[in-house]
Design a protein around this ligand. Structure first.
Ligand code: TXA
Ligand code: MG
Length: 312
């Protein structure tokens, strides 16, 4: 931890654990460091970064005109998988927010990273610690596999418990808007915020977040459907990996990756990215097929990732 803090103080990048996915972190108040993050990820400069803070009080140092419903959401769900897009104060460099006048703020729920954030006196800009467009990392090893030459260290906090990125929420004209479905469910957000507008449509011009059509994508082709059996049949001449959910029977000749045999959405979310990575590394698989999950709970966020990862 001390080493991580000192690297960060010295303008280096450190990969940090969070409950959702690993982040590629650097001093959010230092524009030169933030540029290094974009370079290491090969991320286009129009895609803004999330700023990680250790408390609600610290969040309010960087945001202004915070609507009451945002304060209620912080109170209810921080620390946790919720990013709030708020009007930014000028202390946040424009490069962090890709020139937007808002900043995405999140208090992550991981003891190591919270302790780290409390040790240093600046917030951490951290996108997911993967090359742009590829599957997000949910273990320290995933980060090392792809970014080891570009970062000073990885703080190993174990496997991420949530496994999909934070839900991103903003506020426009008095409405609460969901920009990215994620680890905090819509059902939970509605309990605190009431009605919300879901605006997660794909776009090649993401003024809005994580909305790029193609993202989270493995190198092998991935096909998705509600009708898994037909999908398997169409692709039966390939060596298949089958991603499924719940108590289903799949022909043993295929490599079967069941996200959760007992239909547990949480378990499924925590398995999704590590399954995709594991399959992507196999030499004996040509094509991945996946069943879409029921549209409820974390099923929305998981399906969103599958849609973006799939062949268009
Ligand atoms: O769970 C997470 O959110 C993880 C962990 C590391 O905290 N981070 C993450 O970061 O997923 P990233 O960079 O992979 O995705 C952040 C998304 C981007 O798609 C970006 O467009 C959006 O957040 N975003 C950030 N600031 C924004 C803003 N001011 N307005 C709209 N979208 C914003
Ligand atoms: Mg990402």
């Amino acid at each position: 931890m001390a080493e991580a803090a000192s690297f960060l103080l010295n303008e280096e990048l450190v990969a940090i654990p969070t409950e959702t996915v690993y982040g590629l972190a650097g001093n959010a108040l230092n524009a030169a460091v933030v540029l290094k993050i974009f370079e290491a990820k090969e991320r286009p400069s129009f895609d803004p970064l999330i700023v990680h803070i250790p408390s609600k009080e610290v969040a309010l140092l960087y945001a202004k005109d915070v609507p009451p419903v945002a304060l209620m959401l912080m109170e209810a769900f921080w620390p946790g998988p919720l990013t709030l897009v708020l009007k930014k104060k000028s202390i946040i460099p424009d490069v962090v927010t890709s020139g937007l006048d808002t900043v995405g703020l999140r208090m992550p729920n991981h003891p190591m990273t919270l302790a780290l954030l409390n040790t240093i006196d600046f917030p951490l800009a951290a996108p997911s610690a993967n090359p742009f467009g590829y599957i997000s990392p949910t273990t320290a090893q995933h980060v090392v596999d792809q970014l080891h030459s570009k970062i000073a260290m990885v703080l190993d906090g174990g496997a991420c418990t949530v496994g999909v990125e934070s839900t991103i929420v903003g506020f426009e004209n008095g409405e609460t808007v969901i920009y990215r479905l994620g680890g905090l469910t819509l059902e939970d957000i509605r309990k605190v915020a009431g009605d919300v507008v879901v605006c997660v449509n794909s776009s090649s011009d993401p003024k809005a977040p994580g909305m790029l059509k193609s993202h989270y994508a493995p190198s092998k082709p991935l096909y998705i459907s509600n009708d898994l059996n037909s999908l398997i049949k169409i692709n039966e001449n390939y060596r298949l990996a089958v991603i499924c959910f719940g108590n289903v029977k799949i022909n043993e000749q295929h490599a079967v990756y069941n996200l959760s045999v007992k239909s547990d959405f949480k378990e499924a979310a925590s398995n999704l990215f590590s399954f995709l990575r594991a399959i992507d590394q196999r030499n004996d698989i040509d094509v991945i097929v996946a069943a879409l999950l029921p549209e409820a709970n974390l099923g929305y966020a998981i399906n969103d990732r599958l849609w973006r990862a799939a062949v268009k």
